[in-house]
Design a binder for this molecule. Sequence first.
Ligand code: SF4
Ligand code: SF4
Length: 280
Amino acid sequence: MRDLKQLIPRKQREERQIEFVTNQHCNFRCFGCDSFSDIIKSPNFDNLVKEDIVNWSKVLVPLSNQSLINCKKVKFIGGETLLTKNLGSFLKVAAENFTADWEIAFHTNGLLLKKNEDLIRLCNDLNVRIYITIHFNDKKYLDRLIENINYTQKFVKDIRLVNSAKYWYSFHKYDKGKIYPFNNDSKLMYENCFASSCRQILNGYMYKCSKLSNLHAALEQTNQLDDPQWKKYLEYKPIHYSNSKEEIVKFFNKKEEDICSGCNTTETYDNVTKMNGMTF
Ligand code: SF4
Ligand code: SF4
């Protein structure tokens, strides 16, 4: 691992975004995935229902209009979102319920785009932005990715590329098939964290970030739900849309918390480690 420069300027990270988790598994297995998708193998399509999108929009749009939260972006995220058959209907519900001043988008690792022409066309119709992450500098992988990007551009203009090939934080340690939290300075970890602007919604509840929303499923997979090292992280309480407006605003605007000590956002994995033996 090597030292890391700050990926997103702090000022930019003050603006937050909502991420609805569509599913937790992925066709990749990037080492250190912040959604634990290298660990969570079982397909899980029950994380998101349309009612969650409608109910959260009823809470978030007015809070944003009143400037109680700094947020005008709603995204769909995995795992790999294109493994979710319902993505198109989720995008439609978001477009109907978040006002036109909100950006609506989904994230993908890109390699399944060519198999999803109808969805790509729908994005164009709904003004949905597609974020494609560049994960590795491997040539075969890049060739396949570029092929998918060129194909997508035939149907939709609004594509953003996110380069994570250079920057890859470690959100947890690995040891003999198990995972463990670090024990770092929580303020420093939070301040350097690119995920700190993302509030994730899973099964109707909002979490501080992807690490906390997906942790339970990952520890279930590694048989560590009783591991004392994860106790305080598993005790972390997300918030529901039925909570009061004051509670939601307070939760949404929280900065560093004790549980940020479990991450290691000042070091990153090199590309080969991150590829985790994958070939393309
Ligand atoms: S492509 Fe994204 S979700 Fe999939 S394993 Fe890699 S980082 Fe995780
Ligand atoms: S727990 Fe804190 S430092 Fe870790 S990913 Fe979440 S916001 Fe970032």
